[in-house]
Ligand binder design. Structure first.
Ligand SMILES: [Ca+2]
Ligand SMILES: [Ca+2]
Ligand SMILES: [Ca+2]
Length: 243
């Protein structure tokens, strides 16, 4: 799709306005920049109930599924990640998101109409600031262990809400193989990387998140070391190994 790129100044104004609006609406932000929030795990949580969730970061991420403690999937596959990612609103906010719609997957599903998108590990071509990790992602090409950005494995990416105040993207992935183990507890970690190259677009997610602090784990601390536009959201759940 063709999008009009805003000037850097326009984008900065847009982002600043969004921060002011969300802060005013909530009285106090829910999460500081770079902070970590965990899913409540409450089964009563739903996308509709959380539509007004705000953040004092310019972008917010919400893991709609799985919930904390869920036993998800079949034989390590077929579990679903459903994300709501909210960017500033208006034309400038939508452009800054870097979003375009996709319907993709492996083999014949890959990069084909009506909403072509590539399908692989690494940065998503259709939501290019997003980082999605699991703590148990396997090692062995094309995977690089828990630092592997899984964002370009997402299948369905659409525009859920577009107003002057928010651009909300919904992003869904049905996991096609046991790439993060089975009969295992894993931590799903999601964030959007800051506009690191200053081109006015959140399009700077890495293919692999390095272990910045050298503690042998890849987690929120390492994501924050990249520079983030959103808070870090995590959910701990179990990948079902059975039928
Ligand atoms: Ca993609
Ligand atoms: Ca950028
Ligand atoms: Ca680390």
């Amino acid at each position: 799709m063709s999008v009009r790129r805003p000037t850097t100044t326009a984008l900065r104004v847009g982002l600043a306005a969004a921060v002011v609006l969300t802060t005013a609406a909530t009285g106090a932000g829910l999460a500081a920049a770079g902070g970590t929030t965990d899913s409540t795990g409450s089964k009563s949580d739903s996308a509709s109930e959380n539509r007004d969730q705000q953040s004092d970061t310019p972008v917010s991420v919400q893991i709609v599924s799985p919930h904390r403690g869920d036993n998800a999937g079949i034989g390590g596959a077929a579990w679903i990640v459903d994300l709501a990612v909210r960017y500033p609103g208006g034309p400038a906010g939508r452009t800054a998101s870097g979003f375009s719609p996709q319907l993709t997957g492996p083999a014949l599903h890959n990069n084909t109409p009506p909403f072509p998108g590539t399908f692989s590990t690494g940065r998503d071509d259709r939501l290019p600031g997003l980082v999605v990790l699991t703590s148990t992602t396997k090692t062995g090409a094309p995977f690089s262990g828990p630092g592997t950005n899984l964002a370009n494995l997402f299948n369905v990416t659409g525009l859920a809400n577009s107003t002057d105040s928010v651009t909300e993207i919904r992003d869904n992935w049905i996991v096609g193989a046991a790439i993060a183990g089975k009969d295992v507890t894993t931590v799903l970690t999601v964030a959007v990387v800051a506009d690191l190259n200053g081109n006015g677009i959140y399009d700077d997610a890495p293919a692999v998140v390095p272990d910045a602090n050298g503690d042998g784990r890849i987690d929120a601390t390492d994501l924050e070391a990249l520079g983030l536009a959103s808070q870090v959201q995590t959910v701990t759940f179990r990948i079902n190994g059975g039928a």
